[in-house]
Ligand binder design. Structure first.
Ligand code: GLU
Length: 503
């Protein structure tokens, strides 16, 4: 029987989760759903000094907003819980002890001062101090001290850590689904701390023990954890456990220049790096992105479908996703492309859905503006302007003249369009408009056009000044569509006001 697919997203609650973290969560989610498996959220909070209040809730809210909820995790207890490592702290000690008992780990009593002194001494000689096979027999630990001395120290309650005893002169052959086979010489590895004197495991021990106990089948995480793979594989071997399959995702790189996209890049370069706002930084949500667009562009950061397709629904991503199609090399982040995605999703959305979102924005500006407006009017306005928008919040600037008459007129346009005879022509137009019963775009258009012809006027003498007085500028869709939507009374009012102001 093949093992059930169980993956986990295992963030440490040390701050806002940036989009790289969400991308890791997304790839885990897609992989789990593709294989009818489980997506687990595990909070890795063993390092209490780095714990940030609110970070865990932020992670949960961000996953929910992106519509990639976890199946098991804090608040959704399954049979493998608890899912916060701080609530599992009694579990780890016995595993650390087990490694000491079978010779894979040892007690180390070196004080911080002693270690600092070793580091300094090495630095002075231009060397780096590494705690491992080449010097551990000379340091203050259970490999160098007698059993008696060790037992005495433990009985006295001396501070100690438990270190992994990394072997000498061995070649490790590690497997990564994305990177293939990786050879490591154990001589370059240090004896990592597994358990600390404060009674807490380190990331490495807790992570391996929990992945094992939670029956995680695949570990999908960022490339920054690749250097830990050798230790993790050795820990599985030392416990005699079958290791999960590993896949290390490529880094997300800065839009320009070298290096990994950092939390600070967003502010420096003017685009969001968080899904939701975190402290002072606005998130994708607050900037007006649709979660579907965010998920779509994140999926293509480091994964490729092998086709030209760029727009994917979540369901399509689930069915297309494979780890084999994740790239090895870093994925350059392109803020313009994120906007392109939002634009695509906005154009695809139903006008009614957009109208409801736009109504909320108008309501925040001034609820009175909605009094005379039916939802069907807003829908019509949206059909007229949406092709020029990337975000719903741009609707207002693109359509404010549907709600409010201009209080000023663009200077250059006035110079160009407002001629001596314009007031007279517009006054005559008002008389025509007053007589129109059916004030719909099509009807007004044919009557005004007939009138222009009958008066032997040119279009240029009527239409541009008309647009200017209705909109305040030369922008906007078809003038007759604007007229039909704002209605006869308002059109006449705006023409009269302009004549009074500009003449
Ligand atoms: N707690 C680690 C982190 O913050 C988890 C790494 C892993 O997935 O093993 O990213």
């Amino acid at each position: 029987m093949t093992k059930r697919v169980r993956v986990r997203f295992a963030p440490s609650p040390t701050g806002g989760l940036h989009i790289g973290g969400i991308r890791t969560a997304l790839f885990n989610y897609l992989f789990a759903k593709k294989h009818d498996g489980d997506f687990v959220l595990r909070i890795e909070d063993t390092d209490q000094t780095r714990y940030v209040e609110g970070a865990e809730q932020y992670i949960i809210d961000a996953l929910n907003w992106c519509n990639i909820p976890f199946d098991e995790g804090p608040g959704k207890e399954g049979k493998y819980g608890p899912y916060r490592q701080s609530e599992r702290k009694d579990i780890y000690k016995k595993y650390a002890d087990q490694l000491v008992a079978n010779g894979h780990a040892y007690y180390a009593f070196d004080s911080t001062d002693e270690l600092d002194a070793h580091r300094k001494e090495h630095e002075e000689k231009g060397k780096t101090f590494i705690y491992n096979w080449h010097n551990r027999e000379k340091l203050n630990n259970s490999l160098s001290l007698s059993n008696e001395a060790v037992n005495k120290k433990l009985a006295e309650g001396s501070d100690y850590v438990i270190r992994f005893k990394s072997p000498q002169d061995e070649k490790l052959s590690l497997q990564d689904t994305i990177r293939g086979n990786i050879e490591i010489d154990t001589n370059v590895l240090d004896d990592k701390v597994l358990f600390k004197s404060d009674g807490m495991p380190t990331y490495h021990l807790a992570n391996i023990v929990d992945d094992h106990l939670m029956e995680i089948s695949h570990v999908i995480r960022g490339e920054e954890w690749l250097p830990s793979l050798a230790l993790h594989q050795q820990l599985y071997d030392a416990f005699g456990w079958e290791a999960p399959r590993f896949a290390h995702l490529p880094l997300i790189m800065k839009p320009v220049g070298k290096g990994k996209l950092s939390k600070r890049d967003g502010e420096k370069l003017g685009f969001p790096v968080f899904p939701l706002s975190w402290n002072e930084s606005k998130g994708y949500k607050e900037e007006g992105y649709f979660p579907e667009a965010v998920i779509n562009f994140l999926a293509l950061l480091g994964w490729n479908p092998g086709t030209e397709q760029e727009i994917f629904s979540l369901e399509e991503l689930i069915s297309a996703f494979t780890l084999e199609r994740v790239n090895k090399s870093g994925a350059r982040f392109d803020p313009e492309k994120t906007k392109w995605y939002n634009n695509q999703y906005l154009q695809k959305k139903g006008d009614e859905e957009l109208a409801v979102l736009f109504q909320e924005i108008i309501n925040q500006k001034n609820p009175n503006l909605l009094k005379k407006r039916k939802l069907s009017d807003i829908i019509q306005i949206i059909t007229l302007i949406k092709e020029r928008a990337t975000f719903v919040h741009e609707f207002w600037d693109l359509s404010d003249y549907f709600f409010l008459g201009p209080d000023q007129y663009e200077e250059k346009a006035v110079k160009k369009q407002w001629k001596e005879d314009t007031p007279e022509i517009l006054n005559a137009l008002v008389t025509l408009l007053e007589g129109i019963e059916d004030f719909t775009s099509g009807n007004v258009e044919s009557l005004v056009k007939e009138w222009i012809a009958a008066q032997e006027l040119s279009f240029g003498k009527v239409m541009p000044p008309l647009r200017l007085v209705l909109v305040g500028d030369m922008k906007g869709p078809h003038v007759f569509d604007i007229m039909g939507l704002i209605g006869k009374e308002e059109v006449i009012l705006r023409i009269k006001k302009a004549i009074a102001t500009l003449s």
